[in-house]
Design a protein around this ligand. Structure first.
Ligand SMILES: CSC[C@@H](O)[C@@H](O)C(=O)COP(=O)(O)O
Ligand SMILES: [Zn+2]
Length: 204
């Protein structure tokens, strides 16, 4: 994908994610692979009102190609997630209430979900009976350190659709923009189902 096309796809995704309430108060960051490397959002902007000048382009090794300003504070996490699989071409990071709260309620290293038909919206799933495990990492202001923990986890347990950062949000990945958007929408739906189920069970 050419960088101009990539920026437009990310601007459109930002408007959609903002309308869902999943990127409040400048939270979130987005990237997509390009012919030369990848395009990532600049830091600190309202992700629902991005303009073409709110992006930077880097080559696959992280060397700057174009764009002004500071890249997203979490660019190293995008780089680490791309390095896990050549099939990942788009990464969208969100700060929804459901992902933020549910990740705090999940003590183990992964959020286990099963029994929902919506799991089939995730690449590779063919049945609600298959177990979905979304890895959960403790939040860290040291993003390179967090990125190293993600890389290490993947070496023993493959990361497929996304990861949760505890009390922070979701990083969703896919083979292209459309798959990544579908993964975010499905995961958010599943997080809301799980939160509601847990609340109702607690009150029963
Ligand atoms: C609103 S604070 C959120 C940030 O700390 C960060 O987590 C985030 O998602 C956005 O950072 P950014 O540097 O704009 O890409
Ligand atoms: Zn964030």
């Amino acid at each position: 994908m050419q960088s101009a096309q990539a920026k437009h796809a990310l601007i459109d995704a930002g408007r959609w994610l903002s309308a869902q309430g999943w990127v409040p108060a400048t939270g979130g960051n987005f990237s997509i692979r390009t012919e030369q490397g990848f395009v990532v959002t600049a830091s600190g902007h309202d992700k629902g009102a991005l303009q073409p000048e709110h992006f930077l382009e880097f080559d696959a090794r992280g060397s700057h190609i174009s764009g002004a300003g500071k890249p997203s504070a979490e660019t190293d996490l995008h780089l680490a997630l791309y390095a896990l699989s050549p099939d990942t071409h788009c990464i969208l990071h969100t700060h929804s209430v459901a992902a933020t709260v549910l990740s705090r309620l999940t003590e183990p290293h992964s959020l286990e979900i099963s029994g929902y038909e919506m799991q089939k919206a995730l690449n590779g799933f063919t049945s609600h009976l298959e177990a979905l495990a979304i890895p959960v990492f403790d939040n860290d202001q040291d993003i390179p350190a967090l990125a190293r923990r993600v890389t290490e986890y993947h070496s023993h347990t493959p990361i497929r659709h996304g990861v949760l950062i505890r009390g922070h949000g979701l990083y969703a990945m896919g083979a292209d923009m459309s798959e990544t958007r579908r993964h975010i929408e499905a995961l958010e739906f599943l997080f809301n189902c799980e939160l509601t189920r847990r609340q109702l069970e607690k009150n029963a």
